[in-house]
Design a protein around this ligand. Structure first.
Ligand code: PMP
Length: 416
């Protein structure tokens, strides 16, 4: 299951665990970086023998590559629901895209952002208004409304889906409130873009960002998509060839308009083409099969973890709120790094531990649990290529590890 929806590489990797057994590797860290899709690898393989300069040469290969790059841009624009007047700028990743947007935001425009954001959507902004963590999606919308009343037209920077909890944020509702106040919205779609439809037009937001490496394409390509006016008004994010239309003999510059203004230097054609191949494949087949597969696995994972004594799930909006295939948890009495190490070394399962580049949110979730938890958490995440067998192995392994936690061992008087 899942392979038909979006086949990925690496599913047959084996790993030797501490007791000497050779096990199929279970990559359950897909929210950090997804495995490479077969369509992405094929697109790269087709391109490599005939690649040359983009936007520079007159030769037939340069023409071919320039066309491929601009076709990739158009495919991404369709994937993210660009409207007339929107543009797609290729960046290195979501972090780069958000820093680019922070660079073009007019100096007088404050940026509202919740403290639950990934650091990529928390740290780049200059004039930041930090909103406290909401307890419900309704509280999030009300907080934006209230802040916009005080701060006037601002840029609201919000994630579509938390990389810690997998919870879906009320972006369309926030966008409605923002519109009412004449504010703009940027959506961090780094997580959502790989699991469900995300559209500038449907959400009625101004900008969105995503990362190719989370979208089943290789590293090194990301996107900032959205309205062109601030981007065309600001100085280029990077200065150099491609960003400049004319440089006079006295050094004066006329900068280019459009996406090229912020894409100085030779662009990452391979990354753009790979990412576009995934976008086209998903646009053609739709998300339904993949979403269904992931939701079934998530339910199985949730149900399994719920049976393990000592495991505490981390969610902000409560267990009934819609989530993507992410499950963050901590085991009472066990260091999360130790849990992750044992999952890897003893069970051949890859997860992530720590504070997930969202320190305020993860610390808040750990501190507000009813039980005393360690200072960091474990995160398992699913996607295309994840199997039921991997989910079951994870649950069984966590149960074995949790059973050894000091707090889960019976007290000595109980043993008798
Ligand atoms: N936002 C979210 C929600 C993310 O999950 C991530 C990656 N963990 C980022 C932004 C940053 O993405 P990248 O590291 O590809 O720049």
């Amino acid at each position: 299951p899942g392979r038909g929806a979006l086949a990925v590489l690496g599913g047959d990797l084996m790993v030797r665990v501490a007791d000497g057994r050779l096990l199929p590797y279970a990559n359950l860290d897909i929210a950090a970086t997804a495995p490479c899709a077969v369509v992405a690898a094929e697109a790269v393989t087709r391109l490599l023998p005939s690649y040359a300069s983009v936007h520079r040469g007159a030769g037939v290969l340069s023409q071919h590559c320039t066309r491929a790059y601009e076709q990739a841009r158009a495919a991404v624009a369709r994937f993210v629901g660009c409207r007339p007047g929107d543009q797609v700028v290729f960046t290195r990743n979501s972090t780069d895209a958000l820093n680019l947007l922070a660079h073009v935001v007019p100096a007088s425009t404050p940026v509202l952002t919740f403290l639950g954001e990934h650091h990529a959507n928390l740290l780049p902004w200059r004039q930041t208004v930090h909103l406290p963590l909401p307890r419900t999606p309704g509280e999030a919308v009300a907080a934006v409304d209230e802040a916009l009343r005080r701060h006037g037209p601002a840029l609201v920077a919000v994630t579509a889906t938390s990389n810690v909890t997998g919870e879906v944020w009320p972006v369309a509702e926030i966008a409605r409130v923002a519109r009412w106040h004449g504010a703009r919205v940027v959506v961090d779609a780094a997580q959502l873009a790989a699991h469900g439809p995300v559209s500038l037009a449907d959400l009625d937001v101004d900008y969105l960002v995503l990362s190719g490496h989370k979208l089943y394409a290789p590293f090194g390509a990301g996107v900032l998509a959205g309205r062109a006016d601030w981007m065309d008004a600001a100085r280029p994010y990077l200065s150099g060839g491609g960003a400049s239309r004319h440089v006079g003999s006295d050094g004066t510059v006329q900068w280019a308009l459009g996406p090229g203004r912020h894409e100085a230097g030779t662009p990452n054609l391979v990354g753009a083409v790979a990412m576009a191949a995934v976008c086209e494949a998903v646009t053609a087949t739709g998300w339904a099969a993949l979403t269904h597969h992931e939701q079934q696995l998530l339910e199985r994972l949730d149900a399994g973890l719920a049976t393990v004594a000592g495991v505490h799930r981390l969610v902000l909006f409560g267990p009934a709120h819609p989530r993507l295939g992410i499950a963050a948890f901590a085991v009472a009495g066990l260091d999360s790094a130790e849990v992750a190490r044992r999952l890897a070394d003893d069970h051949g399962i890859g997860v992530r531990d720590g504070l997930f580049c969202a320190h305020p949110l993860t610390r808040h979730l750990l501190a507000s649990a009813p039980t005393r938890l360690p200072g960091t958490a474990v995160r398992a995440s699913l996607g295309a290529g994840t199997t039921r067998e991997q989910v079951d192995r994870l649950v069984a392994a966590v149960a074995r590890i949790a059973a050894q936690a000091p707090s889960q061992r019976p007290a000595s008087r109980d043993i008798a």
